[in-house]
Design a protein around this ligand. Structure first.
Ligand code: GUN
Ligand code: ZN
Length: 444
């Protein structure tokens, strides 16, 4: 498992967070670069001139004229919702009842689940996404189907069984005890197997009793390196409803906090309605947020306050999430496009470098995987995406000059990809140094 290859092209990654210092110091750009990969691990990244001597007899893959970045990381997505994107007309709570729950029911069927999981992974790779934090459905077989498909492709993926024991149709409900037992069995089966990792996944406070949330926390105590993955403060009616369901708590985040779920390996999707105090608390706990702009706009949830999340006085780890099926694209480049517009609507600017950081090293940090993913630092796993700045006639017109020499020109080219990019901008995707997708060899 894992290839020994060399990949040539323009290399772009991050050595620091561009939200907290001069961007030029956070970015690493090598116009004519070489990535040396041994057994799926990055051995060296630098200029072609410096590293060509160390090529040995490994195959050289030439992506000259293309931009090579670390694989994209999607910090929040639902694989069972792949077939229900573009569900019309509802906001969160009605959308869940009308579309989502009936759709997820189908994932009791392991064979169906496996076929959707395969299509889902094809889509991720085609869009340059190499790692994702993924909701499965409530059925343990839906988790098995997903992990089996991911394992066969050697992907680093995080997933878990949805826990929900109230306010959903009977056919989707577990109980506090069964959700604990089934999650525990799945953790033992999958967590740390190859590149796979487990996330304890209560859907959200609206569909869990207090005892279910407390049992979820018990799993985190018993398995300290598994994740917690849930939704938080997405929509105004949802926040009001959570207050009714949990009157004894101070607010939405406090429900998770007092039940023991706010930790360093906890990732909360959305956070659109968070108060300043709640951002402060997330920072203190070193928990992370997934910013899901296409979904937040599609469901009319609102405009995430990224500058508040990234406030240097109480920094919160932030990654990007597509949140398919409420999200409208698998592409993290389309997600940065919408993130930019959300920032604009709030009078803020999201630079091209900040946007790419969120999709790569920022996502890795949000998932506590920065020792393995997110940049070209030697020793990290060689999951890589190759972007073609001239992939479409419009991009070719916009980027006539080819690969830039200066950071200023690079920022302009990158911005075109951050706004106009999508699956067509992805020329190839490599997993552990092995080509897992190529725009040239596909009918996807
Ligand atoms: N909140 C609870 N469940 C869901 C879901 O499936 N999608 C989104 N966007 N929000 C949720
Ligand atoms: Zn979601």
């Amino acid at each position: 498992m894992g290839s020994t290859v060399a990949i040539r092209g323009a290399l772009l990654d991050f050595v620091a967070d561009p939200f907290y210092g001069p961007e030029a110091e956070a970015v690493r750009y090598v116009a004519d670069g070489l990535l040396l990969v041994r057994d799926g691990t990055i051995e060296a990244a630098g200029t072609y001139a410096d590293l060509a001597a160390g090529l040995g007899d490994r195959p050289l893959i030439d992506h000259t004229g293309h931009l090579i970045t670390p694989g994209f990381i999607d910090t929040h997505i639902h694989y069972p919702q792949t077939g229900m994107m573009a569900a019309y007309g509802e906001q969160l709570l009605e959308w869940l009842n009308r579309y989502t729950f009936p759709t997820e029911r189908q994932f009791a069927d392991a064979e169906y689940a496996r076929s959707v999981a395969e299509l889902f992974l094809d889509e991720l790779l085609k869009n340059g996404t190499t790692t994702a934090l993924v909701f499965a459905a409530v059925f343990p077989a839906s988790v098995d189907a997903f992990f089996e498909a991911a394992e066969a492709r050697h992907l680093r993926m995080i997933s878990g069984k949805v826990m929900m024991d109230r306010n959903a149709p009977d056919y989707l409900c577990d109980t506090a005890q069964s959700s604990y037992d089934e999650s525990k069995a799945l953790i033992k089966k999958w967590h740390g197997r190859g590149r796979l990792l487990y996330a304890v996944t209560p859907r959200f406070a609206g569909t869990s009793t207090e005892s279910q949330l407390k049992l979820a926390a018990r799993l985190l105590d018993e398995f300290p390196d598994v994740y917690l993955h849930t939704h938080l403060s997405e929509n105004v009616s949802e926040v009001a409803w959570i207050k009714e369901l949990f009157p004894q708590y101070e607010g939405y985040l406090d429900v998770y906090d007092k039940t023991g779920l706010v930790r360093a390996r906890s990732l909360f999707a959305h956070g659109v309605q968070l108060t300043d105090d709640e951002f402060r608390r997330l920072s203190e706990a070193k928990a992370a947020i997934s910013f899901c702009p296409t979904s937040n706009l599609f469901l009319g949830s609102g405009l995430f306050r990224i500058e508040q999340a990234k406030n240097p006085e109480h920094p919160v780890k932030v990654g990007l999430g597509t949140d398919v099926g409420a999200g409208t694209s698998f592409s993290l480049l389309q997600t940065t496009n919408e993130a930019y517009k959300v920032a604009q609507l709030r009078g803020q600017k999201l630079s091209a470098f900040k946007a790419l950081f969120l999709a790569t090293l920022g996502g890795a940090r949000a998932l506590c995987l920065e020792d393995k993913l997110g940049s070209f630092e030697p020793g990290k796993e060689a999951d890589v995406v190759v972007l073609d700045p001239q992939a479409t006639p419009l991009l070719a017109l916009r980027n006539q000059e080819g690969m830039p020499e200066t950071l200023e020109d690079l920022e302009d080219l990158l911005f075109s990809l951050v706004i106009m990019g999508g699956d067509r901008a992805v020329a190839a995707t490599y997993i552990l140094g092995e080509q897992a997708y190529s725009s040239k060899a596909t009918n996807l």
